[in-house]
Write a protein that binds this ligand. Structure first.
Ligand SMILES: [Fe+2]
Ligand SMILES: [Fe+2]
Length: 285
């Protein structure tokens, strides 16, 4: 049996509306646990603004472990349609090597599947869509892996609905999921709906597991910010959903509070001594 492999599955950071406490927490967890890889399943930014991408790419580059990044619907140029159609991934330039990039680990491969499109013959364009080409690319990578390799497929949108409040409406997702089931993939890892899930879906080619990570942004839906720890022991995948609600805040880390404790005094609000008349400054003319 192979050694255990730990992955962090994080998603929907949405720089521009990121949650600083959650990001600091994840960075600390990465430093302590040293996962074999961090899988980021899209929506790095809010509106794909250059300053949001600068912050997102800087944060991702600072992670000192292997990373793979999926493109989310929020990451394609939103205000500049010309750029959206002609050079949609230009803003990923400084992290291009890790975008839609497979990762090979001992006995385990993480394979990307793109679910976003520059445009769709329906509105809104934020919904998921697995094109034949995108699916072919993913299946080609899977089919070339050594026999017996465990496969996790990383995508932004859940391929079919997972019972969450947010929906993905992924066109072509059923067929994609069936093809992944046919190849015996361990699970899909996705984001987009901002709530974690871990379910098994039946397809015409057998069951396949779908794992979703929550969000690290302020745009929470039903659950607080969090991420997934995914562990592979060579035979099975175990998922542990980590929640920011389980992390003690600084206030909660005080072990004992003396009975006569007073609330801390804020320096900008000096307290007037008892039985004295507050000083009144003369009016300024
Ligand atoms: Fe999102
Ligand atoms: Fe999304």
């Amino acid at each position: 049996m192979a050694d255990k492999t730990l992955l962090f599955h994080i998603s929907d950071i949405h720089f521009g509306l990121e949650d600083d406490r959650s990001l600091d927490w994840v960075v600390q967890e990465i430093a302590e646990k040293r996962p074999a890889a961090v899988v980021i399943t899209g929506d790095l930014t809010m509106r794909a603004r250059p300053r949001e991408f600068d912050a997102a790419c800087h944060w991702i580059r600072s992670l000192d472990v292997p990373v793979t990044v999926e493109v989310g619907n929020h990451d394609l140029p939103y205000f500049n349609l010309l750029e959206r159609f002609v050079t949609p991934y230009k803003r990923f330039q400084s992290i291009r090597r890790v975008v839609e990039c497979p990762i090979d680990l001992p006995g385990l491969a993480i394979v990307p599947l793109k679910t976003v499109r520059r445009w769709q013959p329906r509105w809104p364009w934020s919904h998921g869509w697995v094109t034949e080409r995108a699916l072919d690319q993913t299946l080609t990578i899977i089919d070339r892996l050594p026999r017996g390799t465990g496969v996790l497929v990383a995508c932004h949108h859940p391929l079919v609905e997972a019972g969450t409040r947010g929906k993905a409406w992924t066109r072509g997702g059923d067929q994609a999921l069936a093809e992944l089931a046919r190849r015996g993939v361990l699970a899909t890892l996705s984001g987009h709906v901002h709530d974690a899930f871990d379910i098994v879906k039946d397809t015409p080619h057998g069951p396949v597991r779908m794992i979703g990570a929550g969000t690290l942004s302020q745009r929470i839906r039903s659950t607080p910010q969090g991420f997934n720890e995914v562990t592979w022991d060579g035979e099975a995948i175990e998922v542990r959903v980590r929640s920011i609600d389980d992390v003690p805040t600084r206030d909660m880390q005080v072990k004992e509070v003396p009975e006569d404790a007073l609330p801390p005094r804020r320096p900008e609000e000096p307290v007037a001594p008892v039985n004295t008349v507050p000083r009144v400054d003369p009016p300024v003319h």
